[in-house]
Design a protein around this ligand. Structure first.
Ligand code: FBP
Length: 557
C-alpha cells in the first residue's frame, strides 16, 4: 500500500519507555486500597478483586523466566490516537518476556469476543501499524460487555485459543465492564486475567492514579491547530463570528484545553453552566454581550468554543431531554408514524407543559435533532445536535433586539464548525505515541505478574518519559455507585472539569481579556520531529494539573 513520506518516517519512530521498565523489573505493592466511595457496596459486589494494592514496577537486575502465554486484546468505544501503540507495546512486552507468547485481536470491539471473531496479531501486522492513528488494526465497537451470557460466550473462544489474559482498551464504561469481567472470571476460576487501559479523547477517565486518558493529547492538538487557523482567518478578514463545537460527550475537557491552547474570545464550560444553573437565555445573553462589546470597538468578529455535551448541562434542557428520552423509549413506533410536518406539534402535545414551552422555543432544526434516534443506551446523540447553530441563531435574534434598543451597533455574520472526528484518528503525538506504548508494555508486565482487575497506569507524565512511573491500579479503587437506567450500578467515576481545578481557574482568570481584546495563540500542527519543547510537551491541562511549566510556561504564571 502506498505510504506518505511522514508515514514512512513515523514507522521508524521508537517510542520512549520509562527507564524503570526497559529491562528487568520487580513489582512492588502498596497498601490495600478502597473504592473512592460506597466502599461497602463495591466490596460486596467485587469480593475477589476489591481492596488489592496499587502496584509499581521498579528496575531489577534479577533475570526472570516467564512462561509463554496467549493474550487477547479488544479496542472498545470511540477511536483515540495511540491505540495501535498500546497494542504494539503490549506485543513487544509479551515477546520480551517470552518470544513464544502470542497476541490475538478481537474484531470490531467487544462484539468480536462474544461472536468469536478474531485475528492473530503477528510481528508483520504490528509493524504496519506502529505509531499510526486509528483503530483499524482490529477495529472498534460500542457493544457493551455486561451479561453473564456474553462473558460465557467469550470464555469459550478464550479457551479454544488457550488465551490466559485479556486486555480491554476503553473508556470509563468499558473499564468498568472489564472489572466486572475480571471479577466473574476469578469467581468461576476461569484462569483468565483481565487488564484495562485508559482510552478516550474526552479526557474524562482520569483520577489520582490515571493522570490522563490516551488520545486526549493528540486530539486536542489537532483541534488546537484548526482553531488557531480559524483565528488567523478571522483576524485577517475581520468579518465573521466562528462558532466551533468540540467533541466531548459529557465533560468539557477538550473545549477547555483548546481554549488554554488558543485563547479564543469565548469558551463555554458545561460544568460551570450546570453549577451556575444557567438557562439557555443566560448563555445567549453572555455571548451576545461579548459580541456587542467587541462590536462597540469596531471588532465584528470573534471565535466561540462550545463543548459538545453542553445541552445536557443546561438544567432546563436536561429535563426536556430526559423527558424526551423516556417518552420516545415508550412511544417510538407511534412517533415513527407521525408525518414529518406534524412531529414537533405531536411532541409539544405529549410532554409536560414546562418542557413543551422550552421545546416550542427552539429553532425547528434543533427541535427535530432532539427527537432523532437514541444511542444503544437510550441517550440522545449529542454529536448530532447542532448546538453551535442553535446558539449562533439565538445570539443573532438577541442582537437584533439589542440593536432595536440601541445596545448593539455592529454586524453579526456567522460561520459554524464541528471538530470531533477530525482528531480521533490522527497520527499520535510523541506524547501519545510514548504514553500508549508504555501503557501497553505495562499491561504486559501486569500479565506477567499474574494480575487481574487492574488498569495499566503510567504516571509522572509531565516529566520526561524516562522518569515516568509504571504500575497498576485496581479498577475497584476508581469505582462508586451511580444510578444508571433506574438501577444503582458500580461504575468508574467520570472525571468532569473541576471548577476549583487549576486548568479552569487559569481560564477563568484570563477569559475576560481574551473576550474583549484579541489575544489569539496559534499552536500550529503537531510536530513529530524536532526540539523537545516543540514536540514532546503534554497538554496545558496536564501541565496545570501537575503545576509544572509547559510550552506556554511564561503564560501560566
Ligand atoms: P469514547 O468515550 O468511547 O472514547 O468516545 C468519545 C467520543 O468521541 C465522544 O467525544 C463523542 O460524543 C462520541 O465518541 C461520538 O460517538 P460515535 O463515534 O459513536 O459517533
Amino acid at each position: 500500500m502506498k505510504k506518505s513520506a511522514l508515514q514512512l518516517a513515523r514507522a521508524c519512530y521508537a517510542p520512549k519507555l520509562p527507564e524503570a521498565i526497559k529491562a528487568g523489573v520487580r513489582c512492588t505493592e502498596g497498601a490495600a486500597t478502597e473504592s473512592v466511595a460506597d466502599q461497602k457496596e463495591i466490596a460486596e459486589l467485587f469480593p475477589n478483586t476489591y481492596g488489592m494494592p496499587v502496584l509499581r514496577f521498579e528496575k531489577s537486575d534479577e533475570v526472570r523466566q516467564y512462561p509463554a502465554i496467549n493474550v487477547g486484546v479488544i479496542l472498545s468505544g470511540g477511536q483515540a490516537p495511540g491505540g495501535h501503540n498500546v497494542i504494539s507495546g503490549l506485543f513487544d512486552g509479551l515477546k520480551a518476556m517470552n518470544s513464544e507468547s502470542r497476541l490475538f485481536g478481537f474484531l470490531l470491539g467487544p462484539a468480536g469476543l462474544i461472536d468469536h471473531k478474531y485475528k492473530e496479531l503477528t510481528a508483520d501486522i504490528i509493524d504496519e501499524y506502529r505509531n499510526t492513528g486509528g483503530f483499524d488494526i482490529i477495529g472498534s465497537g460500542r457493544t457493551k460487555l455486561e451479561t453473564k451470557a456474553q462473558f460465557d460466550s467469550g470464555l469459550e473462544i478464550l479457551r479454544a485459543l488457550d488465551i490466559k489474559a485479556l486486555v480491554i482498551i476503553g473508556g470509563d464504561d468499558s473499564n468498568t465492564n472489564a472489572c466486572v469481567l475480571a471479577e466473574y472470571y476469578k469467581q468461576i476460576n476461569a484462569g483468565v486475567q483481565v487488564i484495562g487501559c485508559p482510552k478516550t479523547i474526552d479526557g474524562d477517565l482520569k483520577n489520582e492514579m490515571i493522570e490522563t486518558s490516551f488520545g486526549f493529547d493528540t486530539a486536542c492538538k489537532v483541534y488546537g491547530e484548526m482553531i488557531g487557523n480559524i483565528q488567523r482567518d478571522c483576524n485577517s478578514a475581520q468579518k465573521y463570528w466562528h462558532f466551533i463545537k468540540l467533541m466531548g460527550r459529557s465533560a468539557s475537557h477538550i473545549a477547555l484545553e483548546c481554549a488554554l491552547q488558543t485563547q479564543p474570545n469565548i469558551c463555554l464550560v458545561s460544568e460551570e453552566v450546570e453549577k451556575k444553573q444557567m438557562t439557555l437565555d443566560d448563555i445567549v445573553t453572555y455571548i451576545a454581550n461579548i459580541v456587542a462589546a467587541r462590536a462597540a470597538k469596531g471588532n465584528n468578529y470573534g471565535v466561540a468554543l462550545i463543548p459538545e455535551g453542553i445541552i445536557e448541562f443546561i438544567p432546563a434542557m436536561k429535563n426536556l431531554i430526559s423527558e424526551l428520552n423516556d417518552f420516545l423509549a415508550h412511544h417510538a413506533a407511534e412517533f415513527a408514524m407521525v408525518p414529518r410536518n406534524e412531529q414537533i406539534k405531536y411532541i409539544i402535545n405529549h410532554i409536560s407543559p414546562e418542557n413543551a414551552a422550552i421545546y416550542a422555543s427552539l429553532p425547528e432544526r434543533v427541535a427535530r435533532q432532539l427527537t432523532l434516534d437514541r444511542d444503544p443506551h437510550g441517550n440522545v446523540q449529542v454529536s448530532l445536535i447542532e448546538t453551535e447553530k442553535l446558539l449562533g441563531e439565538m445570539v443573532g435574534r438577541k442582537l437584533a433586539q439589542m440593536k432595536e434598543a440601541g445596545k448593539f451597533v455592529g454586524k453579526f455574520s456567522t460561520q459554524y464548525h464541528f471538530f470531533g472526528y477530525e482528531g480521533r484518528c490522527a497520527t499520535p503525538s510523541n506524547f501519545d505515541a510514548d504514553y500508549c506504548y508504555s501503557l501497553g508494555y505495562t499491561a504486559s508486565l501486569l500479565i506477567g505478574e499474574g494480575k487481574t482487575g487492574y488498569m495499566s497506569s503510567v504516571r509522572n507524565t509531565t516529566r520526561p518519559a524516562s522518569e515516568w512511573i509504571a504500575g497498576g491500579v485496581p479498577v475497584t479503587m476508581m469505582m462508586n455507585m451511580e444510578r444508571r437506567h433506574g438501577e444503582m450500578k458500580p461504575v468508574i467515576q467520570k472525571a468532569l472539569v473541576e471548577l476549583d481545578g487549576e486548568p479552569f481557574k487559569y481560564f477563568a482568570a484570563h477569559r475576560d481579556s481574551w473576550a474583549h481584546e484579541t489575544m489569539y495563540v496559534y499552536p500550529g500542527p503537531i510536530q513529530y520531529f524536532g526540539p523537545t519543547e516543540v514536540c514532546d510537551q503534554p497538554t496545558v491541562t496536564l501541565a496545570l494539573e501537575q503545576r509544572t511549566q509547559c510550552k506556554h510556561g511564561e503564560r501560566l504564571d
